[in-house]
Design a protein around this ligand. Structure first.
Ligand SMILES: [Zn+2]
Length: 307
């Protein structure tokens, strides 16, 4: 009987709102349209999306790559890794997808004495500054004629400056989230390659336990580094660097180890910082027909998803 590869439930054990779903082994937001599974329930799928995939696909690094390659989100939007920064004068700066900076309007008020307040406005254009002033005066509940008088005075104290902004971005990276994502991809790929019998594998049980905890939100605050995942060794990184593809791809494959193990090799964007080895079995002899190694090249689709 078909069971969810995470919670182990069959369809007649699902609660009323649950159903089967399509799970992308490499997240759809990373451009994967082909490598999918249909044996994950909707509940587990959304848990994976929220607590595992989301941290990685929306990390600063992957946003940057998705922006560069034009990979759209489900809602059709190309992510903008540079949307909110701060320049050398402490102004908030917004950047569009063509990297044109634009200062976010800022209004500060300072009481000079009991009767006088100084309003200081920073904005990208004169018109925008005027609009900000208009709104600020309106909020101070001044009479309309008083507002107009002050507005008319404002251009006398306008200073136009043009400068090259040095924009800073605050970034935090939690690499353990990438390892957790690799664990998910490796497990799902093993299910895809080895079929249902893989679910009984001792390593599969261990991995499923970790991922089910993740699905339930257990690692929302702090994510551990799963012991089944490691980075590509240096020799493999060098081999990888020699591979040439006409357009960006992800690589994923399965190979044997000398000690009767099976590993899944994952190279996201074919790039070494995102290349992981997941140990998926210690009993390769349970899968006698899986003698040769396999590799899948996953094209990265830049366009909008069909769903
Ligand atoms: Zn499930």
């Amino acid at each position: 009987m078909k069971r969810c590869i995470f919670c182990g439930k069959s369809e007649n054990e699902f609660d009323p709102k649950n159903q089967w779903s399509i799970e992308h082994i490499i997240p759809e937001a990373l451009g994967n349209r082909n490598l999918k599974l249909d044996c994950v329930c909707k509940r587990c799928n959304s848990g994976l999306g929220r607590y595992v995939d989301n941290h990685v696909v929306n990390s600063a690094l992957f946003k940057l790559i998705r922006q560069r390659l034009g990979i759209r989100s489900r809602n059709g939007v190309i992510p903008n890794a540079f949307s909110k920064g701060e320049d050398q004068y402490g102004n908030k700066v917004r950047m569009d997808l063509d990297l044109n900076p634009c200062v976010v309007p800022r209004v500060t008020t300072e009481a000079v004495d009991e009767k006088t307040t100084k309003i200081h406005i920073v904005a990208a254009t004169k018109e925008e500054a005027e609009n900000c002033l208009r709104k600020t005066l309106a909020r101070k509940k001044l009479k309309p004629e008083e507002q107009e008088r002050l507005l008319a005075q404002a251009p006398n104290s306008t200073e136009e400056v043009s400068y090259v902004p040095h924009i800073r971005y605050e970034r935090e990276m939690d690499w353990n989230r990438f390892y957790m994502e690799a664990l998910k991809i490796g497990y799902e790929y093993a299910v895809c390659a080895l079929g249902e019998r893989y679910l009984e594998d001792e390593t599969a049980r261990e991995i499923r336990g970790v991922l089910y905890d993740a699905i339930c939100g257990k690692f929302e605050q702090e994510c551990p580094r799963p012991k089944q995942v490691g980075l590509f060794p240096e020799e493999l990184q060098e081999e990888m660097a020699k591979l040439q593809f006409p357009s960006p791809v992800h690589l994923i494959g399965m190979a044997h180890t000398i000690d009767n193990g099976l590993i899944v090799l994952i190279s996201l964007f074919g790039d070494w910082p995102f290349s992981y080895i997941v140990s998926v079995s210690k009993n390769a002899d349970r899968y006698p027909e899986e003698r040769s190694n396999r590799i899948n090249v996953v094209p990265i689709a830049a366009g909008k998803t069909e769903q």
